[in-house]
Design a protein around this ligand. Structure first.
Ligand code: IVH
Length: 674
């Protein structure tokens, strides 16, 4: 093949990759499945191996990272990267507008550009004639570090700008951050590898950006949003008169912007915007710590100028902190349904993320060890959105002399049974089973829950009362409850008692899948229970299945098979199952529907990546209704892979095996066509 035709092919693939990346990361509107992008990228890399001169600075192949540096060079910022003044209350915004009025000797409402204050790291990216030539950290504002190779790997940073009449030099400034979901996934992977776990998305972003090996940065889910312009020489953008118009122009050039940005006129409208963003905060896909308000007119910005290190024309209005310090007073140990012992931190109450927090989870023994935390320590608590408060770190400098080690109990705090810790697992468990009051309560709550037997009116509090009064010891006992027993409970009237017995009667008609789920076998969730039911079709077959037979079920690996097998070997469990059946709990036979009724009968499907239109569990349920087996891993037996956004190794494997791949839209279209 001649170099010319290679060059032509290269140019064509490069252009396609640029277009797909722009559609995916900037417009949020992908037109091809990820697999197609990956395939093209592999061909591009292959061509560049043959003809290295084609590997230019703006080649999309640069996105995968390259040489390892020994250190970062320093970069002098031509225009210093400043910081921002902070505001905390509504009045601070009003005072901000007043100061501007006074300084400019005017009284009209000011137009402000309003932008979420992203919680990441400020970065400067220099484009010369539209090509990314250098990227730097903010550093001390005057001098930063050259992180060009790393920034190039960030998925939504264009290596080449779009459009005509580009500036000869354009320094784009903005924030590099790690979206919340990417952060959770990364920490999960780090934990599994026994590597460092990051305290929050900001730290994870910082740690990922300052890697001498850009391949590591490339593997981290970083994103960039542009929020201002530094050096600017020529181009259409130089003629624009407002900050927001400049940002819009950056977007036309292919740079990603935060979609929630807006303009507001006057302090009152700014306060409204601030409150609106505050309400959206926990639903945003990325962490923010406030809102930045900037005078929109570039002319007015110039007239206002700077004071010490911050512009007079901008204000960062901060949300109440999501991280606060407090003191760890004690640690208690809670017992879950499967006996898992969870250490819970009892804290000196602290106001964080908008609520008063006095408890936080410590997860397990390994986590306590990792944190190195002791009772009496000053600790940092984080509460982001609706999630359970986390204890993120210890302020060791503040450790009191009488700080005490946290002693993990060797016996269950509820039933005094022995606590067992399996070496390969993080959790320790009470071995008491249904002897343990805590496990009994949780097992019955689970049995009655909506996705299990769905016993209307049997809430958590009632279960606790019933167990504490000794009226029930296991799920089967529920069906022997009588009206006098129920009305003997505090605040429980005749009507409630009749209703509960009626609900229990209704709940007896269930399905095999729900029944299996309701038993609360470890790691047997709704989907696994369903797969078991579809595979074995009868309870007796599940009970008598051996380990090999169990692992044949979709989604059931060795560990889960072991849990099911052990559960079914325990006489106490079989006794409860028998009692339940005797009480009248029943389910219809599973009909093996004909292929005509079930268009996906006999097909094995795998779902991967993020499905944005329906969610994975909904998609799974729909596919199962159509007769498909939905499996968790790709193998030669897989008939079809449904790949959502950010699909990873399963997609590559399906590609290798030549398995048919659909994107989410194709699945939606198919479901709609039925
Ligand atoms: S403008 C002179 N806009 O906040 C203007 N900064 O305390 C300088 N930040 O280091 C920055 N989101 O990392 C600006 N929309 C936004 C921002 C933003 C986050 C960060 C940035 C900067 C810090 C200033």
């Amino acid at each position: 093949m001649s170099t010319l035709s290679l060059a032509q092919q290269h140019a064509q693939i490069k252009q396609q990759l640029e277009q797909f990346a722009h559609e995916y990361y900037v417009l949020d509107a992908p037109t091809v499945p990820d697999a197609e992008y990956d395939r093209l990228m592999q061909s591009l890399i292959a061509i560049e191996k043959e003809a290295p001169q084609l590997r230019t600075a703006d080649s999309p192949s640069q996105k995968v990272g390259g040489a390892v540096l020994s250190k970062f060079e320093s970069v002098e910022h031509e225009i210093p990267m400043l910081s921002l003044d902070n505001g905390f209350e509504d009045d601070d915004l009003v005072a901000f507008e007043h100061r501007i009025h006074d300084r400019l000797n005017m009284s009209e409402d000011i137009e402000f550009a309003c932008e979420p204050k992203l919680d990441g790291l400020a970065v400067s990216i220099l484009y010369e004639k539209g090509i990314l030539v250098r990227a730097a950290t903010r550093g001390d504002g005057q001098t930063g570090e050259n992180i060009t190779e790393n920034v190039k790997t960030i998925a939504n940073v264009p290596l080449k700008l779009l459009g005509e009449n580009l500036p000869s030099r354009l320094e784009v400034r903005g924030e590099v951050f790690m979206p919340k979901e990417g952060f959770e996934n990364l920490n999960q992977v780090q934990k599994e590898k026994g590597a460092k776990v990051f305290a929050n998305p900001r730290n994870a972003a910082a740690g990922s950006l300052r890697q001498l090996d850009s391949k590591i940065t490339a593997s981290r889910p970083l994103r960039f949003y542009a929020y201002s312009v530094g050096v600017l020489e020529g181009g259409e953008i130089a003629a624009l008169e407002t900050h927001s118009a400049r940002l819009a122009k950056l977007s036309d050039m292919g740079l990603p912007l935060c979609r929630e940005s807006d303009v507001a006129v006057g302090a009152k409208a700014c306060i409204h915007y601030f409150n609106k963003i505050g309400e959206m905060r926990s639903d945003l896909s990325y962490d923010i710590d406030g809102v930045v308000f900037k005078v929109n007119s570039l002319n007015l910005q110039q007239r206002l100028g700077f004071i010490s290190k911050a512009p007079r024309w901008a204000l960062a209005q901060k949300f109440p902190a999501q991280e606060e310090m407090t003191i760890l007073r004690a640690v208690e140990f809670q017992v879950g349904r499967t006996g898992a012992i969870t250490p819970v931190a009892r804290l000196e109450p602290v106001f964080v993320g908008g609520v008063t927090v006095s408890n936080a989870t410590l997860h397990n023994q390994d986590e306590i060890k990792r944190l190195g935390v002791k009772i009496g320590d000053t600790v940092i608590i984080r509460r982001a959105g609706d999630v359970i408060p986390q204890l993120v770190s210890v302020v060791e400098a503040k450790r009191p002399e009488d700080a005490q080690d946290i002693v993990f109990p060797s016996r269950c705090p509820i039933c005094d049974s022995h606590i067992e810790k399996v070496a390969s697992e993080a959790v320790a468990r009470c071995t008491g089973g249904l002897v343990c009051g805590a496990q009994r309560k949780e097992a019955i709550k689970h049995f009655a829950s909506r996705k299990a037997l769905d016993i209307d009116g049997l809430g958590d509090k009632l279960v606790e009362q019933l167990v504490e009064q000794g009226l029930i010891n296991n799920p089967a006992d529920l069906f022997n409850l009588t009206i006098p027993q129920l009305t003997s409970l505090e605040r429980f009237g005749d009507k409630s008692a009749v209703n509960l017995l009626r609900a229990l009667e209704t709940a007896k008609n269930t399905t095999l899948a729900k029944f299996l789920y309701a038993l609360g076998i470890r790691e047997v969730g709704e989907a696994t229970a369903r797969n078991l039911a579809l595979h074995f079709l009868s309870l007796d077959k599940v009970i008598s299945a051996n380990l090999d037979e169990l692992t044949e079920v979709a989604d059931v690996g060795e560990v889960v098979a072991h849990h099911i097998y052990e559960f079914m070997r325990e006489p106490a469990n079989l006794d409860i199952i028998r009692q339940l059946q005797e009480a009248g709990v029943n389910w219809p036979d599973i009909e093996v529907a004909s292929a005509e009724q079930q268009p996906l009968a006999g097909k094995t499907l795998v779902l991967t990546g993020t499905l944005s239109q329906m969610g994975r569990s909904e998609a799974k349920a729909k596919l199962q209704e159509l007769g498909a087996k939905v499996s968790g891993s790709v193998s030669a037996k897989t008939d079809l892979l449904i790949a959502g956004e950010k699909a990873g190794s399963k997609l590559s494997k399906a590609n290798e095996l030549g398995i048919e791949i659909w994107d989410e839209q194709k699945l939606v279209d198919y479901l709609n066509s039925l």
